[in-house]
Design a binder for this molecule. Structure first.
Ligand SMILES: O=C(O)c1cc(C(=O)O)oc(=O)c1
Length: 314
């Protein structure tokens, strides 16, 4: 793959660029598999990063994303608006429009968005909005504004994607459980995997899903959540086909209990990683550790994302 650029922007110090030499996964994903969580960044020269952003990434273009899709054996993508673009969805929408119907998207919108703008995004393939509660990524938006947005996007048949840290779930519980749409949790609500998988923190997350059949989870980002690894990267420190073993019990528990409400994605180009950049081919090899039968793999990678993002084809 071609090397990432940065245009006129200066990357955040210590920024880790995505890995240009991903291996071919040993695990062959089922036909029609969807990478249901990934991003595009810029390119900044064409789609400038938002003034209110908390980080400046390297560029990660739609062409590079779609080359990775083909390399890994996926058929489709769900492109999630990255916080470095704020509520300016042009780069994400441009990626959808150029995908030939193979990508759908999740936007970030403000309360001031018009119905005509929502309709235009719908026509381009947007099917959800993202509410972000991770403080290092976004400024605070009042909950009544978000609830108003949720009510408006519900009319388009869209869902709400939420991103939060596990310690914040108790405080956010009432808001999340009042949302009128399907609710999709990013990265399993970021559990602290150094705590027990059956301890109070993760039990609360399981209860959240168990008691609310409209709640789905992405069983994504072992490379973010892992504490002890080993890491899915090329070279001598590699975990190769058994990376991120400390995350497996958490993700597997969610897939086992809620096989019809889980999604998987690469999270390419992996914003804000601090200590390593994964080989996306090896990340795909993580999947059979958490979805252990062909039936579960098909639900995770094909049936569930198709039902949520391409229901007209199911
Ligand atoms: O943990 C993160 O830093 C992160 C950031 C973003 C974003 O900036 O949109 O998206 C993600 O899925 C994860």
């Amino acid at each position: 793959m071609s090397k990432p650029t940065t245009g006129d922007f200066t990357k955040t110090p210590g920024w880790m660029d995505w890995y240009t030499g991903p291996s071919k996964p040993r695990f062959q994903v089922p036909a029609g598999a969807v990478d249901a969580h990934c991003h595009v960044f810029g390119p900044g020269a064409e789609f400038p990063y938002a003034p209110e952003r908390k980080y400046t990434p390297c560029d990660a273009s739609k062409a590079q994303l779609y080359a990775l899709r083909d390399h890994l054996g996926f058929a489709r993508n769900v492109v999630v608006q990255a916080t470095c673009h704020g509520a300016d969805n042009r780069a994400m929408v441009d990626a959808l429009v150029s995908s030939g119907g193979k990508a759908r998207g999740v936007a970030t919108v403000k309360r001031s968005v018009s119905d005509a703008e929502l309709q235009a995004m719908h026509d381009a393939g947007v099917r959800g909005v993202r509410f972000n509660f991770v403080k290092r990524l976004v400024d605070f938006t009042p909950k009544e504004e978000l609830m108003e947005i949720a009510g408006r996007i519900a009319k388009f048949g869209w869902h709400v994607v939420i991103y939060f840290e596990a310690v914040d779930l108790p405080e956010l519980w009432d808001f999340f459980t009042a949302l009128p749409t399907t609710v999709v949790v990013d990265h399993m609500g970021r559990p602290d995997v150094s705590k027990p998988v059956d301890g109070p923190e993760f039990e609360l997350f399981v209860k959240f899903m168990r008691e609310h059949p409209n709640v789905w989870s992405k069983v994504t980002c072992p490379e973010r959540l892992s504490v002890t690894g080993p890491k899915a990267m090329a070279g001598p420190m590699s975990g190769e086909q058994s990376a991120y073993t400390d995350v497996i019990p958490f993700a597997k528990r969610i897939v086992d209990e809620f096989p019809d409400r889980v999604l998987w994605g690469t999270d390419w180009p992996h914003p804000n990683l601090k200590d390593h950049m994964p080989d996306d081919g090896l990340l795909v090899d993580f999947i059979p550790h958490i979805a252990t039968t062909a039936e579960m793999q098909k639900k995770l990678l094909v049936d569930n994302p198709m039902r949520l993002y391409w229901p007209e084809e199911v």
